[in-house]
Design a protein around this ligand. Structure first.
Ligand SMILES: Nc1ncnc2c1ncn2[C@@H]1O[C@H](COP(=O)(O)OP(=O)(O)OP(=O)(O)O)[C@@H](O)[C@H]1O
Length: 309
């Protein structure tokens, strides 16, 4: 199937600063893709180039097979963009804000569709309220509504839940899943790892303008992840028994525990057998799986060690 968004060799230079360095990326139809990276990594720059708000210094971007520079009318129509910053006129009501936005795209906003959007974003009761009188979370939801009025094929959410409370975050996640279920492709940027872990089918990790890893979430965890077994000992030890040392076992807490890390796809059987064979007195057993956060930290540390720029 043709990718919904194709990014080929995209570079962006702001004067002497390289914000993006030869990024290649494909977004697939119907997926939730999370672009993950620290502040200043280049996430907003990439989204802005795809949405036609910025021009790449080099490279090309296609949305539904059309070039975002040459065929910008078609590509803008296919895209809904929810920016980080609130960008609506506070003097219009919620309904007017959505109708004006639909007007920009030259699409009529049927009553049915208006109500559907307002209901999904829990704004139905605020339909006639001036947008300046909305709470911060409601304003954010109205931003999403604005991006949806022309029924885009791809929705870009730039930090959708920054500064949003936990409850609203959950309800926005729910809505994003509903959109995917209806066939909308969703690309979100975030530095909340929890958000990527919860929502995304695939994750791209970006740092200082480079894509460091691009994988399915499960694959990313499998390849870069590990799980750890911690054996809390009856009696502290000065050295790790050789059979456990051979499996990479290390003492922790001044010898009160032994920790063994194994690749995510493997079991703890060999380590448990080695511990039993060595006659280790074990008081307690703890296990921990790698989270996307651990993977992210490792990838960024690796990128820095290689001196990427
Ligand atoms: N218009 C601009 N002029 C000059 N430099 C810019 C401009 N826009 C972005 N930059 C720089 O490009 C780099 C990437 O910025 P970008 O906003 O894409 O990062 P980001 O990953 O979205 O960060 P954040 O998580 O903070 O939103 C940063 O160093 C930023 O200062």
């Amino acid at each position: 199937m043709e990718p919904v968004v194709e990014i080929r060799g995209v570079r962006k230079q702001f004067g002497g600063l390289t914000a993006l360095e030869r990024v290649d990326l494909e977004i697939r139809a119907g997926e939730i893709f999370a672009l993950l990276g620290p502040n200043g990594a280049g996430k907003t720059t990439l989204i802005s180039i795809i949405s036609g708000l910025l021009r790449a210094t080099e490279g090309e971007v296609r949305v539904l097979g059309k070039d975002v520079v040459r065929d910008y009318r078609d590509t803008r129509r296919a895209i809904g963009l929810v920016p980080q910053e609130i960008n609506f006129d506070p003097f219009f009501t919620v309904e007017e804000t959505l109708r004006i936005q639909a007007g920009y795209f030259g699409v009529p906003l049927a009553e049915e569709r208006l109500v559907e959007i307002l209901r999904a974003l829990d704004l139905l009761g605020k339909r006639s309220v001036n947008s300046r009188a909305l709470s911060g979370g409601m304003k954010r939801r109205l931003l999403i509504g604005k991006a949806l009025v022309h029924d885009p094929k791809v929705l870009f959410l730039d930090e959708p839940t920054a500064g949003v409370d936990v409850e609203l975050r959950r309800s926005l996640w729910e809505y994003v899943r509903t959109l995917r279920a209806r066939g909308t492709t969703v690309v979100l940027t975030t530095h909340y790892l929890e958000e990527a872990e919860e929502l995304a089918d695939r994750v791209g990790v970006i740092d200082r303008g480079r894509l460091l890893a691009l994988e399915g979430k499960a694959e990313l965890l499998r390849q870069h992840g590990a799980k750890t077994l911690r054996l809390v000992l009856d009696v502290p030890r000065a050295v790790v028994p050789p059979s456990l040392a051979a499996l990479g076992g290390k003492l922790e807490e001044g010898g009160a525990a032994v920790a063994v890390e194994v690749p995510a796809g493997e079991g703890f059987g060999p380590a448990l057998r080695a511990a039993a064979a060595a006659g280790l007195g074990v008081k307690d057993v703890e296990t921990r799986r790698t989270t996307l956060e651990d993977v992210f930290v490792r990838l960024l540390a690796g990128g820095q060690a290689r001196g990427d720029r």
